[in-house]
Design a protein around this ligand. Structure first.
Ligand code: GCO
Ligand code: MG
Length: 402
């Protein structure tokens, strides 16, 4: 039996903030887990350092399921983003260790590949529609088969989903930036530019669009109807999903496929959405939904109801959880698509992943475990840099969903 002898929480900011857990066993094997919670990083780091690390030392590193149950049920206080992000990191690091001990990539531990690679979608965006069109063309040239399209809405400075520099990162300021939102302007504009994209590029690629929780179920139904002829791969987060039954109304109004889940932390957040088939794609991530162990459980439940996967993969997921996602993606029968936003080159001074992008798909390497190295000396050169996600306000000053 190998026990956990060391557990280190590494906070670093190469291009953006990341929290990583590094576990070491009595056999000298190390494993990495991502615990990055955008804009709330230190809460997850503290949960790990102050509350989980003391429980990990001396515990059996082989018993991944038991560890998950122990940390989840043992806390008494279940679920929530901070708790589940911390549990995810422990779980992911233990899968990494198990793979290294077995000399197998994690996808082999999970039953082996069910496909060669995980199709990804890239983020095309533009401050203007002509910039967006150029960006879609760029992704096509790069071989992407699925592309998400977002344009700033005229008159609304700082619309979500639009890149400012070369990398899209919404957590940008030392205090939250306030962005203006106007639902009617958006509902009028979005179908027009998405139509233009289809007119220019045709239907031979998957077109996606993220609504970022901006609409009521009635508005979302209206938008979905208007987009039906464009045959979107999905309409993402049409409405906030705290009330899962709300999605019944959107579902009844439109056949545009629906994807939800990037802010979910557990199977209970999507149980009704899945079992009542109120969505087509479940988008939870390894890092925020309890690690490989729990995400696999969510995906397995989804499979029973013909709901496919489409995991979140923005730049706030470190290469560690991106790699874990890809290992899981290639094994599940109900895989749909994987979101992929390339990290800034400077991020790779600290994290060295071995997955590769080929033909619009991510391919995990056959390195044992997750196949990601972390250079701790490099990490130390990039101290934590506090950043917040923006806040949305309507023109009357009231707060809108961001
Ligand atoms: C997406 C997202 C992100 C989030 C970000 C928040 O679909 O990729 O909506 O861009 O805004 O991950 O931290
Ligand atoms: Mg999104």
């Amino acid at each position: 039996m190998a026990t956990i002898t060391d557990a280190k929480v590494i906070v670093t900011s190469p291009g953006r903030n990341f929290v990583t857990l590094k576990l070491t066993t009595s056999d000298g094997v190390t494993g990495l887990g991502d615990a990055t919670l955008n804009g709330r990083e230190l809460a997850a780091a503290s949960y790990l350092k102050d509350h989980l690390v003391p429980l990990l030392i001396g515990r059996d590193a082989d018993r991944i399921e038991d560890m998950w149950q122990y940390l989840y049920k043992g806390a008494y206080w279940r679920r929530g983003p901070v708790t589940m992000t911390a549990i995810s990191a422990v779980d992911t690091a233990l899968w990494d260790i198990k793979g290294k001990v077995a000399g197998m990539p994690v996808y082999d531990l999970l039953g082996g590949r069910a496909r060669e690679g995980a199709m990804v979608y890239g983020h095309a965006s533009g401050v203007t529609v002509s910039e967006l069109v150029d960006d879609v063309a760029r992704f096509m040239d790069l071989g992407y088969r699925a592309i998400r399209a977002q344009s700033a809405v005229p008159g609304l400075a700082g619309t979500y989903g639009v890149r400012k520099g070369t990398i899209y990162e919404p957590a940008a300021a030392a205090l939250p930036e306030e962005q203006l939102w106007d639902t009617e302007k958006y509902l009028d504009f979005a179908p027009r530019y998405l139509t233009e994209i289809r007119e220019k590029f045709g239907f031979d690629f998957h077109l996606l669009h993220d609504v970022h929780h901006r609409l009521t179920p009635t508005e979302a139904g209206r938008l979905g109807q208007r987009l039906e002829d464009l045959r979107l791969f999905w309409m993402e987060d049409p409405s906030p999903a705290e009330l899962q039954e709300n999605f019944r109304q959107i579902r009844q109004a439109t056949t545009t496929p629906i994807a939800v889940g990037e802010v979910f932390n557990s199977i209970w957040d999507c149980q009704q959405l899945i079992t009542e088939r109120l969505i087509d794609y479940i988008r939870c991530s390894v890092v925020h939904a309890g690690g490989i162990t729990h995400l696999r459980r969510i995906f397995n439940l989804a499979e029973l109801y013909q709901v496919r996967t489409g995991s979140h993969g923005a730049t706030d997921l470190s290469p560690v959880s991106m790699s874990a996602a890809v290992h899981l993606d290639v094994t599940v029968p109900n895989f749909g698509v994987q979101e992929y936003m390339e990290h800034a080159p400077v991020t790779h001074e600290v994290f060295r992943p071995t997955y590769q992008l080929r033909d619009g798909a991510l391919h995990p390497s056959d390195a044992p475990g997750l196949g990601v190295e972390l250079d701790e000396d490099a990490a130390a050169r990039f101290p934590y840099d506090p950043k917040y996600l923006p806040v949305g306000r309507r023109s009357d000053g009231s707060v809108h969903d961001w």
